[in-house]
Design a protein around this ligand. Sequence first.
Ligand code: T5A
Length: 218
Amino acid sequence: MAGAASTGRGLLISLEGGEGAGKTTVLGALRERLEAHGHRVVQTREPGGTPAGEAIRALLLDPAQALSASAELLLMFASRAQLVETVVEPALARGETVLADRFTDASFAYQGGGRGLPMALVAELERSFVRRQPDFTLLLDLDVAAGLARARARGGPADRIEQEQAGFFERVRAAYRARAAAQPERFAVVDAAQPVEAVVRDACAALDAFLARRGEGG
Ligand code: T5A
């Protein structure tokens, strides 16, 4: 799989986690940190992040849609392909840093782990339509019940995926943790059960350590 260095100069950094893990809360702090290091940051989210991707997101999260697992997987990749081709690759080619609120690891976790689709199928789609992995991935790891309670406490109706049973989210969490354990050079895992300030502190420290490994001090 191509790294950033082979097809562009910029960095791709992704943030992952289960429902209510606190991604939205942490993203702003990571962005500030990157900008303090002198990076020009382009922030994305998935599914979504482009006009077509946002339309696909609405379909994917609509509780009235009874999507098959395969249709869900392909729609996730349709949104991602549009994002990669029109936003991510151009930004990386300009030397910018892409800060991604979810990337392909989410499809391995949700459609592979949660839905039970073959991981090899997800990997094939990644090879064909994404052609790169993030340079660095932060996984916010949280007990499933705690994450769902946080998401519910935020209010509003549950989307189509949030309506899944706890067992689905346990498989999602297990798949994320397995990927992090298998690729420790790419992943950093943060304990998202801590108070927000501690989660932000640990996430920023992990980002700093990654940047320091690349020779970006300070
Ligand atoms: N999906 C996505 C797939 O199935 N496959 C894929 O390939 C992709 C890309 C949408 C859905 O699509 C699925 C995964 C999702 O089900 P999303 O938009 O990222 O993905 O939606 P969510 O994961 O549902 O995002 P959330 O907004 O629910 O979660 P966040 O952003 O992780 O959580 P956040 O920051 O909004 O926090 C949730 C609540 O908890 C509080 C916050 O204040 C907020 O109220 N909170 C804390 N409370 C206590 N302690 C802390 N440390 C806290 N951190 C946050």
